[in-house]
Design a protein around this ligand. Structure first.
Ligand SMILES: *Cc1c(COP(=O)(O)O)cnc(C)c1O
Length: 416
């Protein structure tokens, strides 16, 4: 690593050892270890989160911003909510467990989580590499940070398996960013290969795993160092709380810098958002399974529709990333809830289809229980590289036949 910022006392949160043996003081202390539990169990039981004071099976929301010290002026629990809060800790424990990571840290949003990685790990004069296409707002923010703080942000075309290697080889690199499958074309990057390339160059590999969730894809097991999610999406799953999260494979010095960045920037969520996230996580396994089954049924049904030029879904055998996707995804649970279609008739038809649906709600975002349809080019703005005929579908947990019938009627009604 090329930059280092000592962790100041005020941004250091109490360690696991600090809490050890003081379970009674820790209001959401797990009753037993969660190690080895299957994802569905970890989710449903919210990692055994309990209120130790009352036995409540749902932990309280810890709204306190500050925490008292004991007679020796030692911390009893957390110090200050900008560093740590028991409501964050409960959700962080579940997400770290699902990703197979050592620790997790919640952020105010996915944007805040992604930005913290770049800000903490890429020094002025350094370099990060990012995909040409991916979640538009975060890629734009990386470019802005690079211009403002004086580091290079070089892009690779995720469709070309050699492009990542070439871009990394172009010079010293601090951070490699991967988003797979990437929003909204669902291009697939080989995570294990990216990890080899990043590590051979001495760089950290971070993977945006928002699209797949840890139920379907676990980047740390494939060699990634950090995993990022917009927890606003499927992890919470109910389109009612904004949060981001980072998970680390190891609680090392790199992680300490990322955590310090969160506290320094104050990029933390509200405790109630963390509590809503923990509540949403309880049904994650069920939601991901149902939404993925619905998405596959929809992808297969739309393939044959005369109004559809192409269906972009990694679960389809004709998708260019299908083989890599199969190799790095737990396809027994599904292929994810996200797909895009290219419609005949360009931007005009696409926007008309989005307005003609009765169940699919024309709105931005992904990963909720309700199905959404979006004309991505409109949202990304005039400089958007997204095809104008593209509609992004975030498939919810409604009945698959109802969803298929809805899109078919919208396509039929807008036929030229
Ligand atoms: C939504 C999203 C983000 C940004 O997250 P916010 O919570 O909206 O800030 C980043 N990456 C992906 C893939 C997303 O879908």
């Amino acid at each position: 690593m090329t930059c280092s910022e000592p962790r100041s006392e005020t941004t250091t949160e109490p360690s696991a050892e600090h809490f050890a043996g003081r379970g009674g003081d820790r209001p959401t202390a797990p009753r037993t270890s969660t190690a080895g539990l299957a994802p569905a169990t970890l989710c449903a039981q919210a990692g055994h989160a309990r209120d130790a004071a009352t036995g409540a099976v749902v932990p309280p929301v810890h709204l306190a911003t500050t925490y008292a010290r004991d007679a020796d002026y030692a911390l009893i629990g957390p110090e200050y909510t900008r560093d740590q809060n028991p409501s964050y800790a409960a959700a962080e424990r579940v997400i770290a467990g699902l990703e197979g990571g050592a620790e997790a840290a919640l952020f105010a949003s996915g944007q805040a989580a992604g930005q913290a990685v770049a800000a903490a790990l890429v020094p002025p004069g350094g370099r990060m590499v990012v995909p040409t296409l991916g979640y538009h707002a975060l890629l734009r923010q990386f470019a802005r940070l690079g211009r403002r703080y004086g580091f290079a942000v070089d892009r690779y075309d995720a469709r070309d398996p050699d492009a990542l290697a070439r871009t990394i080889a172009a010079g010293p690199v601090d951070l490699v960013w991967v988003e797979t499958p990437s929003n909204p074309l669902w291009q697939v990057v080989d995570i294990a290969r990216a990890a080899e390339l990043a590590h051979a160059a001495g760089a950290v590999l971070a993977v945006d795993n928002t699209a797949m969730t840890p139920l379907l894809q676990r980047p740390l097991a494939l060699g990634a160092d950090l995993v990022m999610h917009s927890a606003t999406k499927a992890l919470n799953g109910h389109s009612d709380a904004m949060a981001g999260v980072l998970v680390t494979g190891q609680a090392d010095e790199t992680w300490a810098r990322v955590r310090a960045e969160r506290a320094q920037a104050g990029a933390v969520p509200g405790p109630f958002e963390a509590w809503l996230l923990l509540r949403g996580l309880r049904t994650l396994a069920l939601r991901v399974g149902q939404a993925s089954a619905n998405a596959l049924a929809l992808a297969e049904a739309l393939m044959g529709h005369p109004g559809v030029e192409a269906v972009l879904y990694p679960g389809l055998a004709d998708h260019p990333g299908h083989a890599v996707h199969r190799a790095q995804t737990d396809i027994r649970r599904g292929h994810g809830s996200l797909l895009s279609i290219l419609v005949h008739g360009g931007a005009t038809r696409a926007r008309r289809v989005a307005s003609a649906t009765r169940l699919f709600i024309p709105a931005t975002s992904i990963g909720g229980v309700e199905s959404l349809i979006e004309h991505r080019h409109t949202i990304e703005g005039p400089d958007s590289p997204t095809p104008e005929s593209l509609l992004r579908l975030s498939v919810g947990i409604e009945d698959a036949d109802d969803l298929i019938a809805d899109l078919v009627q919208a396509l039929d009604r807008t036929a030229p």
